[in-house]
Design a protein around this ligand. Structure first.
Ligand code: DC
Length: 226
């Protein structure tokens, strides 16, 4: 692994996705959205008609699925699975729950390890996830753990989803986020927690620009960029 990696971990709705996208745009670096890979395993399993508890089947799909991350001409994200556009399905809140379930299985996590590490290409990688700094890129040049209060995270998710899905409610999202937080942070493999050498940023009440600026400063202090 010869490319510098910035690991950004944190719970759902902490703003990691937005912050990581801005950083990749600023730097022209690659982006690993590791949550999308777990989401794709859940979607692949569903499309293949696998039983919800078929661990080996999901792990095999994690190794074999062909995923392509791209953008539409309008600049929106587009995710293809084996040639099929699955963007909406991947981003659905239900898929987040399915992803959190398959992500608790060690076999699925190890199936996705080489795939995630392959994203570390020059000039550099911004890696967004739950275990980027603790498991996947333990020697990352910079590790960030981004968090925010549960109320603010639920509100951010609500604002993100309400235009795409009229059925979402803040109360239901708060419950789902609490459930996912609990599952992601109490699982036995790679639980969600800050790496011992991570900078913890609590973004409650902070505009996204301020969070990005803080990460840029930290990267500057490490001579990762100017
Ligand atoms: O970031 P996200 O909401 O797209 O992630 C969906 C689920 O995937 C999340 O609830 C837990 C799991 N996940 C994980 O276990 N490890 C990662 N590095 C990223 C996501």
């Amino acid at each position: 692994m010869n490319a510098p990696v910035v690991a950004v971990d944190g719970p759902s709705g902490s703003g990691k996705g937005t912050v990581c996208r801005r950083l990749t745009q600023r730097q022209g670096w690659h982006l690993l959205d590791s949550g999308a890979l777990y989401r794709l395993v859940a979607v692949s399993g569903q499309l293949a008609g696998l039983a919800a508890d078929d661990i080996a089947g999901h792990a095999a799909l994690g190794r074999s699925m062909r995923a392509v991350f791209g953008v539409t001409p309008a600049g929106d994200e587009r995710i293809e699975l084996d040639g099929r556009d699955v963007t909406r399905l991947v981003r659905a809140e239900e898929t987040g729950q399915g992803a959190s379930r398959v992500a608790a299985w060690p076999e699925v996590r190890s199936a996705l390890l080489p795939r995630q590490r392959a994203f570390a290409e020059p000039p550099g990688l911004i890696a967004d996830g739950r275990d980027m700094g603790t498991v996947v890129f333990t020697s990352a040049a910079l590790k960030i753990f981004l968090t925010a209060s549960p109320e603010e995270r639920a509100l951010r998710r609500y604002n993100q989803l309400k235009d795409k899905d009229s059925g979402v409610s803040l109360a239901a999202l708060s419950r789902e986020i609490a459930e996912r937080d609990l599952r992601d942070s109490t699982r036995s493999v790679a639980p969600l927690r800050p790496a011992s050498d991570a900078f913890v940023i609590d973004s409650t009440g902070m505009p996204v620009e301020a969070v990005v600026e803080r990460v840029i400063e930290l990267g500057r202090a490490r001579a990762l960029w100017r």
